[in-house]
Ligand binder design. Structure first.
Ligand code: B12
Ligand code: SF4
Length: 441
């Protein structure tokens, strides 16, 4: 008898959430390594094409064919949500708090109808989203007291002490899932792609060609958690792409931290193979590309292979701020990258530069000037609200303002408001909207 495993991607409790190509990729990767060695069922609260809806034929307000929840041309879209009270420590934030994802009752009904599961694997993502994880644990404990609950992912890695208290039976503490195989009593096959077939309907997929990042930005947890930059085996990534293409997935988001580093070893051979095999998919880079590594040749290859949206990590035009936080990019490098991308055929409206809002060293960031600089390049700007992370230099500095041991204080909507005030945060967001609108006139 092979074990029965339930995979859960929890609902999100937050002021805002949007399906910006969100998939529980860590969870699906773990399940992929165990393909054929366990019986899997998925419950993804954030699946906007959810098959669980079929269990409830009377129809629900969040069904994917309703206009407001329909995907845009690249597969992104809104989640169904309900207003909930702000958590006590975020009472002072003048924004509505919500629960995003399928209603709780659907999961409870689903658990009642299912056979028993031996294990329940739960994805954790942003540290400040742990309330959704706690809700799932509570419901599983109630309905399936004998099932063993396993947690893994970013929240567990960054807030391990906090996560220990949620009531799970086993936590995958780092990026090496080794101890999990022993706990489950299954030998994995690490050459297997993520378990995408567990979705009945899929329009968006995720790939990751690399792990880690060669930089060491003072606000980021990646260098500490992932260590040295490493490429994943090209053949495994291509096999995963083939699997996604077979499922008719049209949009693929890269979850790499440094997708463009050493491109001749990683991205270029991958994209050449995509062209060679005549695969027709749209690629996206929501997780910020390094402008420094965009060359003329790479830009042309990316556009030819199917890249449609380009998100570039920029953060600030102030050279003082850039040097102080890790020198990942300078202004001339952003300008050069934009020129290469647009000359290669990328549409300007699909090129976006991220800039941090609410950084603790905002005094030297010159954010307004940075926004105008980006606008002057003819591309869109997007303010990336700052989320302070424990164990990073900048996150630890934020203990001046918030209790960093309470992950809700890492909330990206809340922190900039706590630091700079609601009006100033809104003023800068309005300015960003205005600048972006000016590009379309
Ligand atoms: C992809 C990504 C995104 C995607 C969305 C991902 C998602 N599904 O929600 C996008 C681009 C939208 C995004 C947005 C943001 N992100 Co982000 N993102 C990432 C990234 C690169 C990967 C996260 C991920 O999906 N990991 C899953 C897989 C890919 O990880 P893996 O290590 O290969 O998994 C292995 C193990 O960890 C383990 N494992 C992982 N999951 C599980 C689950 C189980 C059950 C088990 C057993 C094991 C297991 O096994 C896997 C296989 O070996 C991380 C950085 C990083 N490298 O982790 C930042 C990161 C999570 N993001 C971060 C930040 C700051 C943000 C933003 C706040 C940025 C901004 N200001 O806008 C926003 C927040 C969005 C929101 N709505 O609040 C921070 C964390 C913030 C926090 N407080 O938690 C991180 C850590 C980056 C950083 N700066 O340090 N992000
Ligand atoms: S370049 Fe990006 S992933 Fe790398 S350390 Fe800096 S912020 Fe993190």
């Amino acid at each position: 008898m092979i074990p029965k495993i339930l995979l859960v991607n929890p609902p999100i409790y937050d002021f805002a959430a949007y399906d910006f190509w969100l998939k529980p990729y860590g969870l699906l990767s773990i399940a992929g390594y165990l393909r054929g060695k366990a019986e899997f069922t998925l419950f993804d609260y954030l699946d906007r094409l959810s098959s669980t809806l079929r269990l409830r034929p009377e129809g629900h307000p969040f069904v994917s064919n309703q206009k407001q929840f329909r995907s845009d041309q690249w597969g992104r879209g809104r989640f169904y949500c309900e207003k909930v009270p702000n958590p006590a420590c975020l009472k002072a934030i003048p924004r509505y708090f919500r629960r995003f994802g399928l209603p709780r009752k659907i999961f409870k009904d689903f658990l009642k109808q299912q056979r028993t599961f031996d294990f329940v694997l739960i994805q954790t993502t942003m540290t400040y989203w742990y309330q959704g994880v706690a809700e799932v644990i509570e419901d599983v404990h109630d309905a399936l007291p004998q099932a063993k609950i396993v947690l893994g992912g970013n929240y567990v890695m960054l807030c391990n002490n906090h996560a220990q208290k949620l009531g799970a039976d086993f936590l995958v503490q780092g990026t090496n899932p080794g101890p999990l195989w022993e706990y489950l009593g299954i030998t994995p096959d690490l050459s297997q792609p993520a378990l995408w077939e567990v979705y009945e309907k899929l329009n968006v997929g995720v790939l990751r060609l690399t792990d880690g990042c060669p930089f060491n930005c003072t606000y980021c947890s990646v260098p500490k958690i992932y260590g040295k930059f490493r490429a994943r085996p090209l053949q495994c990534s291509l096999a995963e792409l083939e699997l996604l293409a077979k499922r008719n997935v049209e949009n693929i988001a890269f979850y790499d931290d440094a997708l463009l580093f050493e491109p001749e070893k990683v991205l270029m051979p991958f994209l050449n193979e995509v062209i060679e095999r005549r695969m027709k998919v749209n690629f996206h880079s929501p997780n910020g590309l390094h402008a420094r590594f965009v060359t003329k040749e790479l830009a042309e290859l990316m556009v030819r292979a199917g890249f449609k949206t380009f998100y570039l990590g920029f953060e600030s035009a102030s050279s003082t701020w850039q040097r102080r936080t890790g020198s990942k990019v300078f202004c001339d490098e952003l300008a050069q990258a934009v020129e290469y991308l647009t000359s290669a055929g990328a549409e300007q409206q699909n090129i976006t530069a991220y800039q941090i809002l609410g950084h603790p060293h905002g005094d030297i960031q010159e954010l307004e000037e940075s926004m105008r600089f980006v606008n002057g390049l003819g591309i869109r700007g997007m303010l990336a609200d700052f989320s302070p992370l424990p164990s990073t230099l900048d996150g630890e500095f934020c203990r001046k303002w918030v209790d960093m041991d309470e992950p809700l204080f890492h909330n990206k909507t809340a922190f900039p408001i706590i630091l700079m005030g609601f009006n100033e945060s809104n003023r800068l967001k309005d300015l960003q909207r205005k600048l972006n609108r000016s590009l379309t006139k």
